[in-house]
Structures are given as structure tokens and as C-alpha cells.
Design a protein around this ligand. Structure first.
Ligand SMILES: Cc1ncc(COP(=O)(O)O)c(C=O)c1O
Length: 381
């Protein structure tokens, strides 16, 4: 039996999502820009997918820009704002705990002459809203914050930040909602968000699909120029099957979340209680106010890659930090930012759940972890 506990890296596409993807790909393969019936049918499907996503997110269809996923959404929101508003100011605010697709984008913008403030976090991984307000200067054009952290599950106070930013209407507000979507609610309009990134493969959709919410009237400089697709914000023939599959995946997840949330909360406490009982384990995710689908812990003096391979040999899949940087043998930037020492930040394991996981799986995982710690792979300091 495979036990998959790496759902923040990616999820398995839902069977119905795959079916939809294949059906649209094979039967409605026309280019939505083509003027004939095949093209019009594809365009109608794309319009429907946009309407559905807009309805689920409680925004307008024209505010939904389909993208290739989270990395593109974050890049488009951040670089797109930086370039479009460069004559207004060159100061940007973000945090020390962003996903690489936002963090590295800011680093690159610094090399182009933008000034970036990276807000620190406390030991629970949270930014301070007053720090954020203090960082705003007349030159500030963008605040970009991750909603649910992909390594620790820490939830940032997005609604409070949005409230503060009402007093600074010249500052755009972008939220990386990639790990929160379908798991931790985010009222986009109420939170005063201008730009919001989602990625479908994190909620059982297809890889290479996602969307960026762009509030009506918010200007961006596109990353891709060419045709007039996606209101000229993202040129290129649309991935109709991917967009339709994303809408399907979102709907299925929201339906499952009605019961699944209670179940995930139970799995989360089962996991945390089990880990707390293990002497050699230190839990890095905060005990309260964190998302219930991500738990991060360290086993100091062990190499996480050894633990991961030992688990994989038993058909159990977990990860170190975020999948994109897990091949780098460096301590986690996110855990260091929370004030954890290098040893702890270098020996972290991340468990990430989906609505499909069961109590039995968590039991097996905890038993195997105990065994692993007891000996086999322990590499003493
Ligand atoms: C918080 C966060 N933002 C952005 C991304 C990038 O998304 P994608 O893999 O769709 O490019 C990820 C994926 O790991 C993520 O966890």
C-alpha cells in the first residue's frame, strides 16, 4: 500500500479530473481563437471554466487570468506590478518566508534596482502587521505575502494586512494562495486583495495549470507578449483542457472539504500527538493557528534525505522542505527565519496531507518513524 504524505509538493490528479482533461483534449481540441465551430466550442468551454472559477472564488470572470501555475502567477503578479508601476515607485515589501517562486523573483528585482523589504517572522513564523505598516514608504508599490507557508503550514494574517492597506490605496496587494486554496479559506474581496495566485496541481488538478486573480482596474506588465489571449496579460494558445480540469478539481475539493476538514483536523492531531511522544523529534510547525494539512518537524543529527529514502523504500512518501529546493543541501531559509538553529533547520521533514489520507496511514507512518529513529538510519552528530 502506498502512503502519500507529500501533498504540498503535488497531489495526485482526481480520476474525474483526468477524465475531463482527456475528454476536452481529445474532443474539444480546437484553438479558442479560431473562428470555426471547433474553435467556438473550445472558447465556450474556456469561458465556462473561467465563470466557474470566478464563482468559486467570488470574483468576476474577467478578473481570472489562466496561467501555467503558481510560479508563473507569482512572477506575473510581482514583476508585472514592478514594471507597470516603476514610475510611481521602486519599493516592494514581502516576507522572509516566501516560496522560492516569489522570493527569488524579488531577489532578481533587487538586481534591477528595486528596493525590497523582507519582513521578519516571530518564532511562530508569523509577520507582524505593524512591522508591515512601518515598512510602507511613499515609494512603496507592492506588498506580496504568502497565505499558507508551504514548509510549515503557518498562516499569515492576510485579512489584517488587507485592512491596513486600505489606508494606502497606491500600494498593490498580492497573495500567494497556492497552499491555502481549498484548504484554508481566503475571502479575496473582503481581504482587499488585488492579485492572488493559485495552482491546480496542489488541489488534485493538472500540473501546468493555475490562475492569477487580477482585480478589475489593476494594471500589470505581461511576462509573455503576443496574441490577445487572457486580456493581453498572457499571450499564447490557452490550455483549455487544463482550465476545465482545474475548475472540476476545485469543485470536487470544495465538496470533499465539507467532511474532509473535520477528518484532516483529526489526522493532524493524531500526527502531532504521535510526534510529541517521540523524544528525538522536535515539531517546527506552530501548535495553533497553522493549517492542518502541513506538519514540519526535525530529527536533529539525522540527514533528512536518508529518512526520506528509508520511507520511500517502504512506499511512504514525505519530503524535506519545499520540493523545488529540497535538492539543495542547505538549511531551510523558512525555519532559520523562525529563529531555529542550523541543525534543526537542516534536519526537517514535512508531512503534507490531503482529504484522501486516513488514520491508518498516519498510524503506519508513526510506527515506521519510531523504527527509523530507533536505529537504522541514525547518523550520529
Ligand atoms: C506557496 C507556493 N507558491 C508557489 C508555488 C509554485 O507553484 P507551481 O509548482 O504551480 O509553479 C508552490 C509550489 O510548490 C508553493 O508551495
Amino acid at each position: 500500500m502506498m502512503i502519500y504524505l507529500d501533498n504540498s509538493a503535488t497531489t495526485q490528479p482526481h480520476p474525474e479530473v483526468l477524465e475531463t482533461y482527456m475528454k476536452v483534449s481529445s474532443q474539444y481540441f480546437g484553438n479558442p481563437s479560431s473562428l470555426h465551430t471547433l474553435g467556438m466550442e473550445s472558447e465556450a468551454l474556456l469561458t465556462k471554466a473561467r465563470q466557474m472559477m470566478a464563482e468559486y472564488l467570488e470574483v468576476k470572470p474577467k478578473e481570472v487570468i489562466f496561467t501555467s501555475g503558481g510560479t508563473e502567477g507569482n512572477n506575473l503578479a510581482i514583476k508585472g506590478t514592478a514594471v507597470a508601476r516603476r514610475n510611481r515607485g521602486k519599493h516592494l515589501i514581502t516576507t522572509e518566508v516566501e516560496h522560492a517562486s516569489a522570493y527569488e523573483t524579488f531577489k532578481e528585482l533587487e538586481s534591477l534596482g528595486y528596493q525590497v523589504t523582507y519582513l521578519p517572522v516571530d518564532q511562530n513564523g508569523e509577520i507582524s502587521v505593524s512591522d508591515l505598516e512601518n515598512a510602507i514608504v511613499p515609494d512603496t508599490i507592492l506588498v506580496s505575502i504568502i497565505h499558507v507557508n508551504n514548509e510549515t503550514g503557518v498562516i499569515q494574517p492576510i485579512e489584517e494586512v488587507g485592512e491596513v492597506l486600505r489606508r494606502y490605496p497606491h500600494v498593490r496587494f498580492h497573495v500567494d494562495h497556492v497552499q491555502g486554496a481549498t484548504k484554508v479559506p481566503l475571502p479575496i474581496k473582503k481581504a482587499n486583495i488585488d492579485l492572488c495566485t493559485l495552482s491546480a496541481h496542489k488541489f488534485h488538478g493538472m500540473k501546468g495549470t493555475g490562475l492569477l486573480y487580477v482585480k478589475e482596474g489593476v494594471r500589470l506588465f505581461p511576462l509573455l507578449h503576443g496574441g490577445v489571449q487572457e486580456q493581453k496579460l498572457r499571450a499564447g494558445t490557452e490550455n483549455v483542457a487544463g482550465a476545465v480540469a482545474m475548475a472540476k478539481a476545485y469543485r470536487i475539493e470544495m465538496e470533499q472539504s465539507k467532511q474532509g476538514k473535520a477528518c484532516l483536523t483529526r489526522l493532524h492531531s493524531q500526527l502531532v500527538h504521535g510526534l510529541e511522544k517521540m523524544e528525538d523529534v522536535e515539531i517546527n510547525s506552530p501548535k495553533t493557528d497553522a493549517a492542518y494539512h502541513i506538519v514540519n518537524f526535525s530529527i536533529p543529527n539525522t540527514k533528512p534525505e536518508v529518512i526520506i529514502q528509508s520511507f520511500a523504500a517502504k512506499n511512504i512518501y514525505v519530503s524535506t522542505k519545499s520540493a523545488c529546493s529540497s535538492k539543495l543541501a542547505e538549511p531551510s531559509r523558512v525555519l532559520l527565519a523562525m529563529g531555529l538553529n542550523e541543525e534543526r533547520a537542516s534536519s526537517a521533514i514535512r508531512i503534507s496531507l490531503s482529504f484522501q489520507n486516513t488514520e491508518e496511514e498516519i498510524d503506519i507512518f508513526l510506527k515506521e518513524l519510531k523504527q527509523l529513529i530507533l536505529g537504522v538510519t541514525r547518523i550520529k552528530g
